[in-house]
Write a protein that binds this ligand. Sequence first.
Ligand code: NAD
Length: 254
Amino acid sequence: MNDANDITATAGTALARAQRILVFTGAGISTESGIPDFRGPNGVWRHRDPAHYTLQRYLADPDVRRERWQDRLEAARREHRPNDAHVAITQLQQAGRAPVVVTQNIDGPHQDAGTRNVIELHGTSREVGCLECGRRLPVDVVLDRVREGDSDPHCELCGGLLKTATISFGQNLIAADIEAAMHEADLCDACIAIGSTLSVWPAAGVPARAAHNGVPLVIVNDGATELDAVAEVVVSGRAGTIVPALVESIVAAG
Ligand code: NAD
């Protein structure tokens, strides 16, 4: 066995007896599906300025909104399939060991892989909401309007601004979602954090809470995280390779 296999086996041992594993994921789990993360070596922040992506700018500047809708159109042209890490998480759930997955991602491959009970702390890019009346629409309906030339679409009912149902910088999380995630952190008997720098708060407070409660925290990430010091095991490397091996060893342990 090489070092990576050794550490994955150690992580499997730490999780072998856990019956309610809280799976917490970040952008790094989706890079192998072709979706860039923010802070990894090929992350979006290497060539874009996060300050440009605040809710305040979106509200104030029609050009920012037009650019965002063009970004969404561009993203919709690419097909992103779940990768082996997403599939392995579904297998862990179907084995009865991970009833809830908490994700910071907005992309949807967990659900496409068949995972249920996904708490999307930062919302979803598959829906659009009216910032005035709260009406929700599938994103494709609004993208069709953008394709037809409506570059800054507004709500057809109340005239309010439309925005993908994601949490932007400067926007509060949905209280019920973060409360439900924290509740899971209190119920779980182990936690796996995958593909996240664990630097975005309050989301990172979920695995931090599990570790604080004294349950084993296993981190799988290709790079350092802010919670490495409180983890029981840190497995460095690609989620698409490590997570299937880890899940296989957990399920085999029964
Ligand atoms: P992050 O960009 O801060 O960190 C991602 C981490 O994953 C990095 O350390 C990176 O090196 C690592 N990584 C990249 N590929 C990996 C792989 N194949 N296997 C293992 N690790 C890998 O991401 P974050 O911590 O999730 O926080 C960023 C915020 O970005 C979140 O709030 C999220 O909403 C948002 N985001 C989401 C998506 C998405 O939905 N897919 C994409 C980009 C950003």
